[in-house]
Design a protein around this ligand. Structure first.
Ligand SMILES: C[S@@+](CC[C@H](N)C(=O)[O-])C[C@H]1O[C@@H](n2cnc3c(N)ncnc32)[C@H](O)[C@@H]1O
Length: 348
C-alpha cells in the first residue's frame, strides 16, 4: 500500500483557524503544508498518520496520495494501493457561504460528473454505492465547489471507522424540504447521517431549544414522539403534526430549567439540544435532562455554539463535561449546514 506523509482535513472555510489551533494541541506532530478554502493539509512523519483524533471542526479527513488534474491521473494514484474494488468517495469542498444558501441546481454537480467518469473509465474498480462500512478502504477524491472554477483535485484515502462519517466528505448537505420550519431540519438530518445513529419509529425524543421546529419536524417525520422545550413559538405544522403511527409533538413552552421533573416523560431515547446560549450554560440543561432520562437514552445530538474565541478556548473544558454525561462514545464534527457551531454526538 502506498504510504503518504500528508493528511488532509475537510472543513468549513471559516473554521480554518480553529481547526489549525485545535490540531496544534491534539496532534503536535502535524506540520501545516498547504490549503485551499475548506481543505487543509499537514505533513506528518510516517507511522503517526492513522491516529485519531482529528479536529472537531473536520467533517472528513484522511491521508493524501497527491494532486491530480484528470481521470487517468486519479486512477494512476489508486493503482499502487490495491487491486481489490474500493469504496469511492468523490466530493467537493465547501464554498465560503452557508450550505442552505448555495444554488441547489449546482451543488454536487462537479463531483457527480467526475464520479461517473471514474466509474466508466475503470469498470469494477469501485464498489457500488457510497456508504462506507467499518474497516473499508475509502478512496477520496476532492474537487473545488461546483460553482467555482476547477482548481484540480486532491486525492487521498482513509480506513473507515466510527471516527469518520460514512458518506462522501463525511456527509453532504441534505437539502431542506419546503415543509421544514427551519434550517435545523438539515442540522439534525446531517448529524444522523454522519453518526450513523438512526432514531427508530416509536421512539421518544426531547429537544431543548426546539422553536420554531425544524429538528422536531425531522424527528416527527421519522416516526418519533417529540417533546420540545422552548419558550419560543413552535411552527403550527409541528404543533398539529400527527404521524401515521400516531406520533406527535408536545410543547413544553418554558426555559429548560423550569420544566418540572414530573412533566418529563420516560423513557427518553434521544436528546437533542440546540439552545442558542453559550455552551457553558446550555450544557447545564443537557446535564439536567440526561439525569432525568435515568439511563434510558440511546443517543444525543448536542449543538455547541462557538460564537467567539473565548468559547473556542473553553472547548477542552466543555468536552470534559460532555464526557462526564456517561455516554459510551462521544464524537464531534462541524456539519455542512452549521454556522458558528459544532455538534457532539453521543451514544450510550
Ligand atoms: C437555534 S434556535 C433552535 C432551532 C430549533 N432547534 C429548530 O429546529 O428550529 C435556539 C432556540 O433556543 C431557545 N432557547 C434559548 N434559551 C433557552 C432555554 N433556557 N431553554 C429552552 N430553550 C431556550 C430559543 O428560544 C431558540 O428558539
Amino acid at each position: 500500500m502506498a504510504e503518504s506523509t500528508f493528511l488532509w482535513f475537510l472543513h468549513q472555510p471559516t473554521s480554518v483557524d480553529w481547526l489549525k489551533r485545535e490540531l496544534a494541541t491534539r496532534r503536535p506532530e502535524l506540520r501545516f503544508a498547504f490549503s485551499r478554502p475548506g481543505l487543509t493539509t499537514f505533513k506528518v512523519e510516517l507511522g503517526y498518520a492513522d491516529d485519531p483524533p482529528a479536529s472537531s471542526f473536520a467533517r472528513a479527513w484522511g491521508r493524501s496520495l497527491g494532486r491530480a488534474a484528470s481521470v487517468p491521473e486519479v486512477l494512476a494514484l489508486l493503482e499502487p494501493m490495491t487491486t481489490a474494488p474500493v469504496r469511492l468517495h468523490v466530493f467537493e469542498r465547501d464554498p465560503d457561504r452557508p450550505a442552505d444558501e448555495r444554488d441547489a441546481a449546482l451543488v454536487g454537480t462537479r463531483p457527480a460528473a467526475l464520479e461517473r467518469a471514474l466509474r466508466e473509465a475503470a469498470p469494477g474498480r469501485f464498489l457500488e454505492g457510497a456508504q462506507a462500512t467499518d474497516g473499508e478502504l475509502v478512496f477520496d477524491v476532492i474537487s473545488a465547489p461546483s460553482e467555482l472554477p476547477d482548481d484540480g483535485l486532491l486525492v487521498g484515502w482513509h480506513r473507515h471507522d466510527r471516527s469518520h462519517g460514512p458518506w462522501p466528505g463525511g456527509v453532504t448537505h441534505v437539502p431542506i424540504p419546503a415543509a421544514a420550519p427551519s434550517r435545523a431540519w438539515a442540522k439534525i438530518e446531517e448529524a444522523i447521517r454522519w453518526s450513523g445513529m438512526e432514531p427508530r419509529v416509536g421512539e421518544r425524543a426531547v429537544e431543548l431549544g426546539s422553536a420554531p421546529g425544524g429538528a422536531s419536524f425531522a424527528l416527527l417525520e421519522r416516526g418519533l414522539e417529540v417533546h420540545g422545550v422552548d419558550p419560543g413559538a413552535m411552527a403550527p405544522e409541528v404543533l398539529a403534526y400527527r404521524g401515521a403511527k400516531g406520533n406527535r409533538f408536545f410543547h413544553h413552552a418554558m426555559p429548560a430549567a423550569e420544566v418540572e421533573k414530573r412533566a418529563v416523560p420516560r423513557p427518553i431515547h434521544w436528546l437533542a439540544s440546540d439552545i442558542n446560549l453559550a455552551p457553558m450554560i446550555a450544557l447545564r440543561y443537557v446535564e439536567r435532562f440526561v439525569a432525568l432520562a435515568r439511563g434510558t437514552l440511546r443517543g444525543a445530538f448536542i449543538t455547541l455554539k462557538i460564537n467567539d474565541d473565548g468559547i473556542f478556548e473553553a472547548l477542552p473544558r466543555l468536552m470534559s463535561r460532555v464526557e462526564r454525561l456517561g455516554a459510551r462514545e462521544v464524537r464531534y464534527t462541524q456539519l455542512p449546514s452549521h454556522r458558528s457551531e459544532i455538534v457532539a454526538m453521543l451514544a450510550w
